[in-house]
Design a protein around this ligand. Structure first.
Ligand SMILES: Cc1ncc(COP(=O)(O)O)c(C=O)c1O
Length: 521
């Protein structure tokens, strides 16, 4: 029976009897609602069978909660209503490109010829799907100006791994893998870049970005030597700025016998405007789940195809796409040594994944490309940049920019100097945004900027939505300046939970539910 003593809702005054606040229901865990001794459905007693598990057999009940269908539906719907999503509002996480996923993409991905196929089906029964993969490859190579692509990597970081393995294979083919052990990584890079290099056994040599937030050729030349295998450079970079010296950097690397890996996670700012191949890039991953709008986040499937320059193309992993007559086929075996004799002949480094990649993501991305068209893709990039600069221009008098008042690409970076003297931090500011009904921007990244706040609105936000967002941030910035400390320190006040102790949650995670009696003892 419900305890009818008044409960405070999220520690606020005006408590309710239930702990609920209108439609914000204080939802217990599923184990606390259901009981292990009841079952929501009528199941026949299973036939007794002889156990083959020996002493591995479970001796106690598993303790799963039994819920009726309406109880189960309500539980999960209530939980889902606590989620913030791109379908409920602007999701301004910098570096994440949380843009609208057109529903047409979903419809196409569910067509039986794409959605219901199996990777072990004979190829002649999936010719249409393989053709769609070839068409997607063609778009990616055309947009980047690069001659080869591997579709199979399943995320941006996985693409980095793929590109860097190809670089290692190219160095092995040149007999230089043992001597070129260093990868240059700017200090503003996404953490996955040094992690990828280290995972492959390379030594990471940091390159400091200049005072303007970009990498300069002088710093690269200083770090270059005949021990360098490659540089991993993000463009546009994590500060939302285009790297203006990238072509010179590529030339310097090539002169020194090294390769340029470009982290193309931010390709959404330049797709249709700049071809990385023209800048001298040797390998680059593209996060389909960002640039080409397929859904991402929450551990969902992603796709990080990698495009390769002429120098690296032979080392691209299996499967390879090949046109035979008028049908596309997937080549799944390495060519025989005799076939690979000539320079430029395929010598794949192997496979990266068991099958061929994420068909659902391929279909969604190709649908996006075909429905936008080349001009639409260019406009999407322009609008993403325009929206970020609109926010920048409307907030520059109340918030602070770390690299001066200059145009940005698809994301605008603020720092915490506008909070100086207020006693407030970037975290306080971000938490107060939750009370205003907005998901916070990315905070404390990139690490090179103190108290960073990175906002990426994407092209899919309307002016109306941007104006609402800007009004909230202006209001908060002014409130901070006027000393309304409580508004921030206590935030979020209206969310189902107040500020959590994130450090403790990370250091002492409670990963298993136990009945109350067990926890008390
Ligand atoms: C600049 C940059 N590089 C790499 C990645 C890694 O991509 P993924 O999360 O798909 O592995 C991200 C992710 O957002 C990114 O922003």
């Amino acid at each position: 029976m419900m305890d009818m003593t008044t409960k405070s809702f999220a520690g606020e005054s005006a408590p309710t009897f239930t702990g609920n606040r209108a439609l914000q229901i204080e939802e217990p865990l599923v184990f606390e609602i259901g009981s292990a001794v009841t079952c929501g459905v009528d199941l026949e007693e299973p036939e007794a069978v002889e156990s083959r598990l020996g002493d591995m057999e479970r001796t106690e009940a598993i303790g799963l909660a039994g819920l009726s269908e309406p109880e189960a539906v309500r539980h999960y719907v209530r939980l889902s209503q606590k989620n913030y999503s791109i379908d409920s509002g602007i999701f301004p996480l910098g570096s994440c490109t949380m843009k609208h996923n057109p529903r047409l993409n979903e419809k196409m991905a569910r067509l039986p010829g794409f959605g219901d196929i199996h990777p072990l089906q004979p190829q002649r029964t999936v010719e249409g799907a393989v053709r769609a993969m070839a068409e997607l490859s063609d778009w990616l190579m055309t947009l980047t100006g690069m001659p080869a692509v591997a579709l199979s990597p399943k995320a941006g970081a996985h693409g980095e791994l793929c590109g860097m393995i190809a670089i290692r294979a190219a160095l092995e083919a040149r007999g230089e893998a043992a001597t070129r052990r260093v990868v240059l990584v700017p200090d503003s890079a996404h953490g996955t870049n040094p992690a990828t290099a280290a995972l492959l056994g390379f030594q990471v040599r940091p390159v400091a970005a200049g005072k303007d937030g970009t990498v300069h050729i002088g710093a690269v030349r200083e770090a270059l030597g005949d021990d360098v295998a490659a540089m991993m450079l993000t463009n546009p970079n994590t500060c939302g700025l285009f790297e203006p010296e990238i072509a010179e950097i590529a030339a310097a690397l090539h002169d020194a016998g090294a390769y340029l890996y470009c982290d193309g996670a931010n390709f959404n700012a330049i797709a249709g405007k700049v071809r990385p191949g023209d800048l001298g890039v040797d390998a680059m991953h593209i996060n389909l789940h960002k640039t080409f709008s397929t859904p991402h986040g929450g551990g969902g499937p992603g796709a990080g195809p990698v495009v390769f320059s002429k120098a690296l193309a032979p080392f691209a992993p299996l499967p390879l796409l090949k046109l035979e007559g008028d049908a596309w086929t997937l080549v799944e075996d390495s060519p025989a040594a005799s076939d690979g004799a000539g320079e430029g002949a395929p010598r794949p480094f192997g496979r990266l994944v068991a099958f061929h990649g994420q068909m659902g993501m391929f279909t969604r991305a190709l649908t996006y490309m075909l429905s936008f068209g080349a001009d639409g893709i260019r406009q999407a990039s322009e609008d993403a940049v325009l929206n970020a600069n609109y926010i920048r221009a409307k907030l520059r008098d109340v918030m602070s920019q770390p690299f001066g008042d200059r145009a940005c690409m698809h994301e605008v970076l603020f720092d915490d100097s506008f909070l100086k003297g207020t006693g407030l931090t970037t975290l306080d500011f971000a938490k107060a945004m939750i009370d205003e009904g907005f998901h916070p921007m990315t905070v404390y990244f990139p690490l090179v900027v103190h108290g960073a706040m990175l906002i990426e609105p994407t092209e899919s936000e309307s002016k109306h939505s941007l104006d609402q967002f800007i009004a909230a941030l202006r209001g908060l910035a002014l409130a901070a300046r006027e000393g309304e400390t409580e508004r921030f320190k206590g935030a979020p006040r209206f969310a189902p939970r107040r500020r959590l102790d994130e450090t403790r949650a990370a250091r002492q995670p409670v990963l298993r539910w136990r009945p109350k009696e067990a926890t008390a003892s």
